[in-house]
Design a protein around this ligand. Structure first.
Ligand SMILES: Cc1cc2nc3c(=O)[nH]c(=O)nc-3n(C[C@H](O)[C@H](O)[C@H](O)COP(=O)(O)OP(=O)(O)OC[C@H]3O[C@@H](n4cnc5c(N)ncnc54)[C@H](O)[C@@H]3O)c2cc1C
Length: 303
């Protein structure tokens, strides 16, 4: 019941960015659409009614429904809230579009990057037969495999999802405990779990049961589970991204820690990183790598 961090800056940027990317790549992958969140109780309904006049939250509320509005598809006896500035990104479609674009320009290579082979000298970076002024590491949890970045505070947050087939098309995106977003061929993605302790690779029975139970509490539409998937999110101790030059590694730039929100954070913060690289602006302190004092050898000596 609060606005997400920096929503007023981040949301306009993401809508602009993905719409621009669709035009540039001539592919459809961005689907802005309202989201319906059923209320669990009359108290929750009242709280939202109170909040709806709050000027900072109002722009995100399309309407508040005090009686069941989608009761044939979801459990919403107390009504619910329709939020705007919502939607979903077909991430695979977006990535495929970008990869094709870069391939056409012969500007991408698909290979493992071995940072043990990378050298940093006074003029920049040398890697195999490449020389570059700078290098940007946007390798997510891959940073954990590198001794170079062993102090970078990236933490794993495991998530599992289900792919289901529904017997009816949902009228909106539904979200309560889990989200339900469309894929192709009448299939839908249900997600996600948040697991910090059991970090074994692969899907789990526990994950399936949790998602199944939450989905059953949300929708009335019959469904079949088609498959289950999992992944690790690259999070940080303060749940903010990490941007900037890795301490004592001149020209080695980090863009990481997007955590649970890469889709919404990446457009805004990649622009911020580029502006900083071009000398047109600063990296804000909340996301600046400099906030982790323990990364520099000086403070390691103190410790
Ligand atoms: C189950 C689940 C649900 C999620 N749901 C959402 C959601 O609803 N909304 C949202 O915004 N975010 C969601 N996320 C989070 C989102 O996926 C992350 O925020 C995002 O992927 C982070 O992007 P990234 O580019 O920093 O890292 P990644 O997506 O991890 O990309 C890093 C890339 O670097 C590559 N790489 C690493 N090391 C090397 C190397 N040595 N050589 C070559 N390549 C390398 C990896 O292969 C990978 O392709 C979810 C994540 C999970 C697991």
């Amino acid at each position: 019941m609060t606005r997400t961090w920096m929503a007023d800056q981040i949301f306009p940027e993401l809508f602009k960015f993905y719409q621009f990317a669709e035009e540039k790549l001539k592919t459809k992958f961005f689907y802005p659409q309202p989201l319906y969140r059923p209320f669990l109780s009359a108290e929750e309904q009242n709280e939202w009614m109170g909040l709806s006049s709050n000027t900072t939250i109002k722009p995100y509320i399309e309407k508040i429904l005090t009686t069941s509005a989608h009761g044939d598809q979801v459990y919403d006896p107390f009504g619910g809230i329709v939020l705007n500035q919502c939607g979903f990104l077909d991430v695979n479609g977006f990535l495929a579009g970008i990869q094709n674009y870069l391939q056409d320009k012969q500007s991408i290579k698909f290979e493992h990057f071995d940072d043990g082979l990378m050298e940093v000298d006074t003029e920049g970076i040398v890697y195999k037969n490449y020389r570059a002024a700078k290098i940007i590491f946007c390798n997510g949890i891959g940073s954990l495999n590198s001794s170079r970045f062993e102090k970078l505070p990236i933490r794993l947050l495991k998530g599992e999802t289900l792919t289901i087939e529904l017997e009816e098309v949902p009228e909106l995106i539904y979200n309560r405990g889990v989200y339900l977003v469309p894929l192709a061929n009448n299939r839908y993605r249900v997600g996600a779990t948040y697991e910090t302790k059991n970090l074994a690779r692969g899907t789990t029975e526990m994950g399936r049961i949790e998602l199944d139970q939450k989905l059953k509490a949300l929708i009335k539409i019959p469904y079949q589970v088609v498959s289950q998937d999992w992944g690790f999110r690259p999070t940080t101790p303060d749940r903010r991204p990490i941007l900037g030059e890795y301490p004592e590694s001149k020209n080695v730039i980090i863009f990481n820690g997007l955590g649970t929100k890469g889709v919404s954070l990446a457009p805004y913060f990649s622009a911020q990183l580029v502006n900083w690289l071009l000398g047109r602006g600063e990296i804000q302190s909340e996301v600046n790598i400099k906030r982790f004092k323990s990364l520099s050898s000086k403070s390691r000596e103190v410790v």
